[in-house]
Design a protein around this ligand. Structure first.
Ligand code: 2HA
Ligand code: ZN
Length: 272
């Protein structure tokens, strides 16, 4: 298996290395998943099941029989490029979308990310909402976005979205649907998975207060790019604050003009 490294493994290695380089993936922080098409797995052998079926908290019927490349629990993203067979693995879901098992990787006896439920529930939602276009989910620990959740009290999705749109003119084009603010919840739980997947019905980005961010896209590059854009807007806010404070910002009229120019429709509850 994988005498050559197929493209899906190379993009996972590249993206996880970029996350480390950016300072988003300390120790075992962060996790990634990529839904694969049968074509991408054609010709691969040596993928006998490595464990019994493991139940999900609830079935995800639209992921029936789907395969995913997923980072491993406890593994360091910066090591994926070096030892992909240890630090990532391929899992499949059964015909009901109710159970998963490992078909390759996580060597010798590892498991998928502790946030597997959040990834799979999000995949189920975005497969539907994107008409099967979106295939990638990234969770990572972006320092400036996390710091914003400490710096500002009483945040909500509208306030956070508006701030990021105002601090970086690309943002309203990159995520016109806004970014969901999710108050602190325990990592790795069904509760955080449910809340994240629900947020992705409307948006492509969600902030986990005091913890990190989740982004989705058609591939890992797209999900990474979206997170990078939001993180840069947060960084610009901190730069302006450290230079004496935010004295001026993009106005609603300017934001609406950008949206019109790039033919995107901002969330009307945030800007109309
Ligand atoms: O993979 O980032 O949220 C470790 C985490 C959990
Ligand atoms: Zn995390």
């Amino acid at each position: 298996m994988f005498n050559h490294h197929p493209p899906f493994l190379r993009t996972m290695a590249k993206t996880s290395h970029d996350m480390w380089t950016k300072g988003w993936a300390e120790a075992n922080g962060g996790n990634l998943s990529l839904r694969l098409s049968p074509d991408e797995l054609k010709g691969e052998s040596g993928m006998e099941p490595k464990n019994d079926w493991q139940p999900l908290s609830a079935p995800l019927p639209n992921l029936s029989g789907a395969w995913f490349l997923v980072s491993g629990t406890g593994r360091h993203l910066r090591n994926i490029a070096l030892f992909p067979e240890k630090n990532t693995g391929l899992i499949e879901l059964d015909a009901a979308g109710a159970n998963w098992r490992t078909r390759w990787g996580f060597e010798p006896t590892g498991r998928p990310t502790s946030e597997l439920e959040a990834h799979l529930q999000t995949h189920a939602v975005i497969r539907e909402t994107s008409q099967d276009v979106d295939h990638a989910v990234i969770h990572t620990h972006t320092p400036h976005l996390i710091a914003l959740t400490y710096a500002l009290a009483n945040l909500d999705s509208a306030k956070l979205t508006k701030l990021l749109w105002q601090m970086h003119a690309e943002c309203i084009v990159g995520f016109p649907q806004g970014i969901e603010f999710l108050p602190w919840m325990m990592a790795g739980t069904t509760a955080i998975a449910d809340a994240t997947a629900a947020a992705m019905r409307r948006r492509k980005l969600a902030i986990w207060q005091f913890h990190g961010v989740v982004g989705v896209g058609r591939n890992l590059d797209a999900a990474f790019g979206l997170i990078d854009m939001a993180e840069k807007a947060a960084q610009i806010w901190f730069l302006a604050m450290s230079a004496g404070g935010v004295q001026t910002r993009l106005t609603d009229a300017q934001l609406l003009a950008i949206a019109r120019n790039f033919k995107v429709t901002p969330d009307p509850l945030i800007l109309a």
